[in-house]
Design a protein around this ligand. Structure first.
Ligand code: PRP
Length: 180
C-alpha cells in the first residue's frame, strides 16, 4: 500500500460517469455531425489518453480521433505558458471539435487551444474533461462544456494523471499527498 495515495473517485464511479457523458455528447452532436463531417475528437496527450479512449468508443455518432500535445506542468507547479508540442497546425476549419482533457486546472492549456483552433475557423470547439478544478482557474473565460467530476484543489493522479510520470496507470482517481 502506498501511503501517499488515497482514493478520491473509484474506478466504477468513473466508468459509470463516462457512459453518462458519452450519451449526452452523442445526443448534442447527433444532428450536426455526419459521415461527411464527423466530430473531431482531439485528445490531449498524454494524460487524457485513457479517458478519451473510453469516451470515444461509447459515442454513437460519426467521429474521428486525433491528438494534441501541450505541456504545462513540472512536478506539482504549473508553468506559466503552455507550449504546443504536437497539433498546432491541425486542420480544423469547418470542423466540430471536441477537446478531451484529463483535467482543467488554471485553464491556460485550454485557453491556448481555444485561441489556436478558433483562429483556424473551426465550426465549433467544445471542451470535455474528466476533472475540473474551478477554484484554481486563472483563465476566467475557460468553462468546460462537459465535466465528469468537479473536484477541490487537490493534487490528483491516476486515470492518466501523473506526478512526475508516476501513477498514470492507477485505475482510480487518487489524491497524492507529497508530505507523507
Ligand atoms: C496537464 C493536464 C492538462 C493541463 C491542465 O497536462 O493533462 O493538459 O495540465 O493544466 P492547466 O489547466 O493549468 O493548463 P501536463 O502538462 O501535466 O501533461 P501530461 O498530460 O502529459 O501529464
Amino acid at each position: 500500500m502506498n501511503e501517499k495515495l488515497t482514493v478520491l473517485i473509484d474506478h466504477d464511479t468513473v466508468v459509470h460517469r463516462i457512459a453518462e457523458l458519452a450519451k449526452q455528447i452523442s445526443a448534442d452532436y447527433r444532428t450536426c455531425c455526419t459521415a461527411q463531417n464527423p466530430l473531431l475528437v482531439l485528445c490531449t496527450l498524454r494524460g487524457a489518453v485513457f479517458f478519451a479512449s473510453d469516451l470515444i468508443r461509447q459515442l454513437d455518432i460519426p467521429c474521428e480521433l486525433d491528438f494534441v500535445k501541450i505541456h504545462s506542468y513540472r512536478g506539482t507547479r504549473p508553468a506559466e505558458i503552455p507550449v504546443f508540442d504536437l497539433g498546432e497546425n491541425l486542420s480544423v476549419e469547418g470542423r466540430h471539435v471536441l477537446i478531451v482533457e484529463d483535467i482543467v486546472d488554471t485553464g491556460h492549456t485550454i485557453e491556448t487551444m481555444l485561441k489556436q483552433f478558433g483562429r483556424q475557423q473551426a465550426e465549433s470547439v467544445r471542451v470535455c474533461t474528466l476533472l475540473d478544478k474551478p477554484s484554481r482557474r486563472e483563465a476566467a473565460e475557460v468553462i468546460p462544456d462537459y465535466v465528469c467530476f468537479e473536484i477541490e484543489d487537490l493534487f490528483v493522479v491516476g486515470w492518466g494523471l501523473d506526478y512526475n510520470e508516476q501513477y498514470r496507470l492507477l485505475p482510480d482517481v487518487m489524491v497524492y499527498h507529497p508530505e507523507v
